[in-house]
Write a protein that binds this ligand. Sequence first.
Ligand code: DHB
Length: 310
Amino acid sequence: SLATSIGGRTFGNCMMNAAGIRCQNKKDLDALVASSAGAYVTKSATPQKRAGNPSPRMHTLNKGSINSMGLPNNGLDYYLDYVIDDQHKRPKATNFLSVAGTSLADNLAMLHQIQESEFNGFVELNLSCPNVPGKPQVGYDFDRVNDVLDQVFQFYTKPLGVKLPPYFDLVHFDQIAAILNQYPLTFVNTINSIGNALVVDPRSEQVVIRPKGGFGGIGGASVKPTALANVRGLALRLKPAIAIVGTGGILNGVDVFEHILCGASMVQIGTQFGYEGTKLFDRLSQELKDIMNQKGYTNIEQFRGKLKTF
Ligand code: DHB
């Protein structure tokens, strides 16, 4: 079985999409509902519809991607309507509603609206969007992370997780975990893209995306070691009640296996899902099953978090 559970909710498959990729409109979300993914997450919402940054704003790399989308989305009401409607149709399913306010006030306003709604799934509070000009990633400012969570948990009582940017220093793992452990979080999702990287086309002597002078977030194969470090680094430091959602660099079943070994209870796939569409989940499921069969594992708890060190 590839089943998993987070915060007392069970999922028939431990794989799902990552926010932002093929989840912006109802047609995309319907395709995810019909797929073998264990859940879906919606495109990060802001209070109002946004057009996002000017194009070209996403570029394919060898086994990866760079993007600076700038939060194009249909606004919170659109996604909240979708997840509530889906909840009526499939009351046993849990799904993820992503919100990414560009200010503390916007995040609080959206979470108040969700708190007052019928929605009973997971909210993924995105503290790591690197692509809105002039708006730094909250996840890199530990005082602001503490402040937003302190204010959110004054009123928010439904299951909540945070989407974090990648960290690159073990002291930063210690510091962010100490803050997160103070709150009744259901999960932490790590990592968002490696933000503000620069891809250069030597032939044209030009950058490859228009926004922010070419700077954008990297996803795909090259981020896997950073993602695994963040999954493992947080799994070793967070209290057991906070589950880890592992995201970054998953192209095949081995990558899923590695994320779970590092401590992920659920994994999300962004860049590669963009390239393959929903059939990705069938392929990855078969590949993970094959690895588990070879090793004699019958469920993911038998190896989750059990990475060996010297
Ligand atoms: C966008 C990119 C992100 O990495 C994110 O977490 C949210 C939004 C974007 O550019 O749309």
